[in-house]
Design a protein around this ligand. Structure first.
Ligand code: NAD
Length: 474
């Protein structure tokens, strides 16, 4: 059976099933689990834009899942199949994700029912500005209340339009730039945001491989180096994850699935060349040095060490889960494994590093960008040269005392003060390490109760949200 089983729960139901399993293991005050689980509100807007000689009507959503912390945060997705169920599921995941990685936000998510490739850039700008206006006037975009970011189908460009739309309406808001994250650097973006989610996947995997017992639980051994990786989706998240894992951790990306099929090479695909081919042709078909298969989904069932679904939700479902052979899955996309598939994979002993952790790099660096916008200064600007001067003095002292010259390479590295990009990467690395350590500790302590990494992540985040609500008097 290849197609998704019709008895499969919806995306939101899938999230709820996973939530309920964890909530039942916690000792929460009566009614607290229900309060946390439900979406606080979902705003649906239908607006018209005059395009190509007629008025085109678009439908957009902004769901606010939890306001236990404000602002609430979550991306805006452009896709033809966006609906209320999907944005509510994604908003809920944002709440749990932010709590897990200690980013001080509630969860939100937005979506516009549109296929971006149907429109040219000028049209997309007009549509985006109009959508932004609808959300801004209801404070669903606001630096203190609701801060969007990019998601599937959107990127820096759309975020720049949204930031500009906000600034034009709220001309006296000195913190206007903090109304949205994922902006280009010339309008208040931060170094390292574009790569952040893929970078977070890499840091998450590195931390997993620092835990030998966890590696053994997946039936794997050794380090991340040389592991064979299959990826679905070479967009923002998948591309950076594939690039860093292959270039820096010496993983072999043995297959990449895209919309038009998949390409495979057991010796490892050249990710830069493949991305250029994808950008140039719109697909992976025709890529040299690789075998092409029409049925892209089939490579999710390929023999490999690590499977990275980085495209969309529901990629692994009741219809294909039993055939998935990867011993380790890291959910770079949101909700790529349905609740039913999760059950099957867990029974098979497959270890799943859950989405709420695995793709938290994006919101973590968005948080850094928001802080940068509120402080109105680039990270590292005050201390970088000061650090360099102190390092130089220390090296000079050591050389004087020993009479020996410091090794040139080490000296150069040690002398460099931290710029914004290295500070962002350091903050992200710390976040991913700390959150994994917490999840792993709960997983290992409660394995006998059937706790896996996903349940551990939910246990931690639900408890944190419950504690916030309790402090608010609920
Ligand atoms: P994107 O639009 O940049 O990339 C998605 C990629 O998947 C595209 O290359 C697309 O062609 C491909 N794709 C779509 N349908 C496919 C299919 N059926 N089979 C194979 N490939 C397919 O989106 P993105 O920003 O990389 O987001 C991907 C996932 O990661 C989403 O679930 C999103 O919610 C999640 N995510 C993204 C971010 C972020 O910072 N961008 C942060 C957290 C989570």
């Amino acid at each position: 059976m290849d197609a998704r089983d019709t008895h499969e729960p919806s995306f939101r139901d899938s999230v709820d099933v996973m939530f309920n399993r964890a909530a039942a293991m916690l000792d929460l005050p009566p009614g607290m689990a229900e309060k946390i689980r439900v979406a606080n509100s979902t705003y649906i807007v239908r607006f018209g834009v005059k395009l190509r000689g007629e008025i085109k009507t678009f439908t957009g959503y902004r769901s606010v899942h939890s306001e236990h912390m404000e602002p609430v945060k979550g991306g805006i997705r452009y896709a033809g199949n966006v609906d209320q169920d999907e944005v509510e599921a994604l908003a809920a995941l944002m709440t749990y994700k932010c709590a897990l990685v200690e980013v001080p936000y509630g969860g939100s998510k937005g979506g516009l029912c549109i296929n971006p490739s149907d429109w040219d850039v000028d049209e997309l700008e007009r549509i985006t500005r109009r959508f932004a206006y609808e959300l801004i006037k209801r404070d669903l975009i606001n630096p203190a209340q609701n801060v969007p970011a990019p998601d599937m189908g959107t990127g820096e460009r759309e975020m720049a339009w949204i930031a500009d739309a906000y600034k034009r309406i709220k001309t006296d808001d000195i913190n206007a730039r903090a109304c949205v994250t994922g902006k280009p650097s010339n309008v208040g973006g931060i170094a390292g945001r574009t790569e952040a989610t893929g970078r977070g996947v890499q840091y998450g995997l590195r931390e997993f491989f620092r835990h030998p017992d966890d590696v053994a639980a997946a039936g794997l051994s050794g380090t991340l180096s040389g592991k064979r990786v299959v990826i679905q989706g070479l967009g923002n998240v998948g591309y950076y994850a594939a690039k860093f894992l292959s270039e820096e951790d010496k993983c072999l990306i043995t297959a990449v699935a895209e919309r038009d099929g998949a390409v495979m090479n057991e010796n490892g695909l050249d990710i830069e060349k493949l991305k250029a081919h994808l950008t140039g042709t719109g697909g992976v078909k025709g890529f040299a040095d690789a075998e092409f298969v029409e049925n892209g989904m089939s490579v999710l069932e390929k023999d490999c060490d690590i499977l990275i679904p980085a495209a969309m939700e529901g990629a692994i479902h009741l219809g294909n889960a039993a055939r998935v052979r990867a011993p380790l899955i890291i959910e770079a996309a949101n909700g790529p494994v349905t609740a039913g598939a999760d059950e099957i994979l867990r029974e098979k002993g497959c270890v799943i590093i859950p989405d709420m952790y695995a793709n938290a790099g994006g919101v973590t660096v968005s948080y850094f960008e928001w802080v940068k916008n509120l402080s109105h200064i680039r990270f590292g600007r005050m201390q970088r040269r000061h650090e360099e001067a102190w390092h130089e003095m220390l090296i000079g002292g050591i050389e004087e005392m020993t009479g020996a010259a410091f090794p040139t390479d080490t000296k150069k590295k040690y002398m460099e003060g931290a710029d914004e990009l290295s500070l962002v990467r350091s903050g992200l690395d710390d976040t991913m390490r700390t959150a994994y350590q917490q999840m792993s500790a709960v997983w290992n302590a409660r394995k006998h109760e059937g706790v896996d990494l996903r349940t551990a992540a939910y246990l931690i985040s639900i408890q944190k949200v419950a504690n916030s609500y309790a402090s608010l008097g609920l």
